[in-house]
Design a protein. Structure first.
Length: 476
């Protein structure tokens, strides 16, 4: 297929069912599909949206273009779960094509209000000259998971002095007021987070101020802002595109960053005593992480494992990208920790002692003080993902140079992470055929990425570490 603009933005009703059937047929031959990670049924998956707890279930939506592995006319596809581990895919729910979202139902958030779930998202609207006019739209989902869109945008245009890049609303309820954070690009090409306020979630929404959390320039655009609170401490997760390497050193095409503060000033919308800007993930492919505070008090997050403006080897199979496991965020010793929620422990089946491992495996190991531990996951073709942990220098390296079909080679094939030197290092690797999530010291650092080996069997080689191997349930 030649993915012209016309084809990518063709109304859904103009596609024949054959397209989906053909993609499903191709996908059924794939050796790169995943066992226990969320992946698109067909086409491209990007940002997690509307992560929430409503009507006694977990809800999550994914940005989806179902007709091919490209960024086209996006919908929100609905997933539900009883345990944050097993997800059911109900198909597209927020379907684009109305006046307020003619060229895509872009990213946003969800919040329970009364008996319904309120969705706030960006309507991507373009005119006949292909000029973008972003709208911030609303929709209600009822307890039967039926959707009713609000036809009139809640926020009809960007604030004066800002450009058409104005999207990804996160709704927050605090002190009987609704607030909404929106990522924006100013006319001077700098990235900002704008705050709007309303008495009722349906508006009227009024511009309040900018979120203040740094004096530095946040690149040319901020996507997907999320403000969450761990106890009284604010954590801001965001994607500052084009941020200078001197402000945030990063290797991927675009970073996913965070800031933690000591406290939050709700009058000025200011993070008090913000940390420096940090990478949320030191790996290859994490972006657009969405977080929210669950009713049980935990702060939960999900990351998109995929990057904008990047092609992946699965494109030839008609699908692209996946999500991380659901992670719990905590602050310990003034550092942000991320670790798969405890519910994932139900995936662990039996310890395995043979050299061969299943495609769905969790490996855990420990490197003693002043030792270099190496773990390699290899295929029968000699392809390998290599992990080096140097506890003398407090360095972790993940190398996918020779792991199979390459991805984003120009951005480097090795990633690294720093921890305190001269200390033991522990690691948990959640491996799932073509995706890995490596958690260092129970979530002090995380390195996430994809590999695309041609081999079908996996083996583990290790040096200077004791590896515990666990076979995981196949759940899809
Ligand atoms: C981030 C992003 C968002 C936008 C969405 C469109 O990956 O560009 O800013 O809302 O994807 O799918």
């Amino acid at each position: 297929t030649k993915w012209t603009r016309n084809l990518r933005y063709l109304p859904y009703k103009n596609w024949s069912d054959n397209q989906i059937t053909a993609i499903k047929q191709k996908i059924s031959q794939s050796h790169w599909r995943l066992g226990y990670h969320i992946q698109p049924t067909t086409g491209l998956l990007n940002d997690p949206n509307g992560f929430s707890y409503f009507n006694n279930q977990w809800h999550l939506f994914y940005q989806s273009f179902p007709y091919g592995p490209v960024h086209g006319l996006k919908n929100w596809t609905h997933l539900t779960s009883d345990d944050l581990v097993h997800w059911q895919d109900h198909g597209p729910l927020v379907i684009p094509g109305d006046k307020q979202d003619s060229h895509g139902a872009y990213s946003g958030s969800a919040i329970p209000v009364g008996d319904d779930l309120f969705l706030m998202y960006t309507g991507n609207v373009r005119d006949s000259k292909w000029v973008r006019h972003p709208k911030q739209d609303g929709a209600w989902m009822d307890a039967n998971n039926q959707l009713k869109k609000i036809a009139t945008p809640l926020i009809g245009k960007p604030k004066d002095g800002f450009t058409e890049h104005f999207r990804d609303p996160q709704v927050i309820y605090h002190g009987k007021q609704y607030y909404c954070l929106i990522g924006a690009r100013k006319a001077d090409n700098t990235g900002h987070i704008l705050v709007y306020q309303a008495d009722k979630v349906t508006g009227p929404w009024k511009y309040k101020t900018e979120l203040k959390f740094t004096n530095q320039t946040m690149g040319y655009m901020i996507e997907c802002p999320n403000l969450v609170f761990i106890g009284s401490r604010p954590v801001l997760i965001f994607c500052p595109q084009g941020i200078d390497q001197s402000v945030l050193s990063h290797r991927n095409i675009y970073p996913n960053a965070y800031v933690i503060g000591q406290s939050f000033d709700w009058n000025n919308f200011e993070i008090i005593q913000p940390s420096s800007i940090e990478n949320l993930d030191d790996g290859f492919d994490a972006y657009a992480t969405q977080a929210f505070k669950a009713p049980d008090g935990r702060v939960l997050s999900v990351s998109w494992i995929g990057l904008p403006d990047t092609t992946y080897p699965t494109d030839s199979e008609g699908w692209a990208n996946c999500y991380s496991l659901v992670k719990e965020l905590k602050i310990e010793n003034n550092k942000l920790y991320q670790y798969p929620v405890v519910e994932n422990d139900c995936l662990g089946k039996n310890k395995i002692s043979t050299q061969g491992i299943s495609a769905q495996t969790k490996l855990s190991w420990k490197v003693s003080t002043d030792t270099v531990g190496i773990v390699c996951i290899k295929t029968e073709l000699g392809e390998k993902l290599q992990i080096v942990m140097d506890s003398t220098n407090g360095k972790i390296l993940v190398d996918r140079t020779n792991s199979g079909v390459s991805v984003s080679k120009d951005f480097g094939t090795i990633r690294s992470s720093d921890v305190v030197s001269h200390k033991d290092i522990t690691a948990d690797l959640w491996f799932d055929n073509t995706v890995f999530e490596l958690y260092i010291n129970h979530g002090e650092r995380v390195l996430t990425g994809r590999i695309f080996p041609n081999g079908r069997q996996f083996y583990v080689d290790s040096k200077n570490v004791n590896v515990c191997k666990m076979r995981l349930d196949k759940i899809y």
